[in-house]
Design a protein around this ligand. Structure first.
Ligand code: GLP
Length: 261
């Protein structure tokens, strides 16, 4: 894992956008994995600005979102399909229909999950997966206890995650769905490059566990320790509990430029 500790969200946005931009220059038809949540917003803002300036194009790219609530109406503003459209997809030049997500309204949920996995595979797999992390260490919606080899499936949200996300539902915990569909940890591990973003002191323990703790289903993000290419973009607060923070800073400062992210 490469740990990059930055001053603020703007710097995170720039570096995350650099990684996506470099990929799209190398491979204009790249497949992106898109996370919702507040963490990636700085990256999406920066990419939208660069797209408007003609510096990056998604015209030949494809996208797959990480997860979706079960049972939210298609026009509900908090369905992740609509969240990612508003936050990112509608602000850049993806061709219509090239970004898809798991179908949280499917009558046959297992079939919809299997179809999602098949669609990702048919697209050639995900080149770059953008990730956030929950305060309990979940990535996607893979809550503690998730199989480290899991694929896209239905999960029950923890009370903590529902409390964390109640802010998007006018603070009404009862309005937050109890179930979700999420790419599994095995699905996320199949991406060729993962870029995980975390900001704020509330994420410091989850980040410490993910980077420096033992690999365990209790902290699902720790599975990324087994991935050969993970970039972790942090602000100072999210890096606040890292034992080797100085080493990570020194490593990044002295990194050969040709390595990129
Ligand atoms: C949600 C999403 C995750 C996201 C996490 C953190 O539960 N399913 O993909 O990483 O929350 O969200 P935020 O970035 O808003 O803190």
């Amino acid at each position: 894992m490469e740990i990059v500790i930055l001053d603020d969200a703007r710097d995170i946005g720039r570096l995350g956008a650099d990684a996506v931009g470099a990929l799209l220059r190398r491979r204009p038809d790249a497949v992106l994995g898109l996370a919702t949540g507040s963490s990636p917003l700085a990256v999406y803002d920066e990419l939208a600005a660069r797209c408007a300036a003609g510096e990056v194009s998604f015209a030949r790219a494809r996208g797959f979102t990480l997860d979706e609530y079960v049972g939210l109406a298609a026009d509900h503003p908090e369905s992740y399909r609509n969240v990612i459209d508003t936050a990112f997809v509608s602000r850049v030049d993806f061709a219509p229909g090239t970004v898809q997500g798991p179908d949280g309204l499917a009558a046959d949920i297992p079939a919809a999950c299997a179809a999602y996995e098949a669609d990702i595979a048919a697209a050639g797999g995900i080149d770059l997966q953008i990730l956030g992390i929950g305060t309990d260490g979940h990535i996607g919606f893979n809550e503690p206890g998730s199989s480290l080899a899991s694929r896209t499936r239905i999960k029950t949200l923890t009370r903590q995650t529902r409390l964390d996300n109640a802010r998007f539902f006018d603070g009404d915990l009862d309005a937050v769905p109890t179930h979700c569909l999420t790419q599994g940890l095995g699905t996320i591990m199949s991406a060729r490059h993962a870029v995980l973003i975390a900001t704020g002191a509330g994420k410091a323990e989850a980040v410490h566990q993910m980077v420096e703790g033992p690999v365990s289903a209790m902290w699902p993000g720790t599975v990324l320790q087994h991935h050969p290419h993970v970039t972790v973009l942090l602000d100072r607060a999210a890096a606040g509990r890292l034992q080797l923070a100085e080493y990570y800073r020194e490593t990044y400062r002295s990194k050969p430029r040709w390595q990129g992210l």
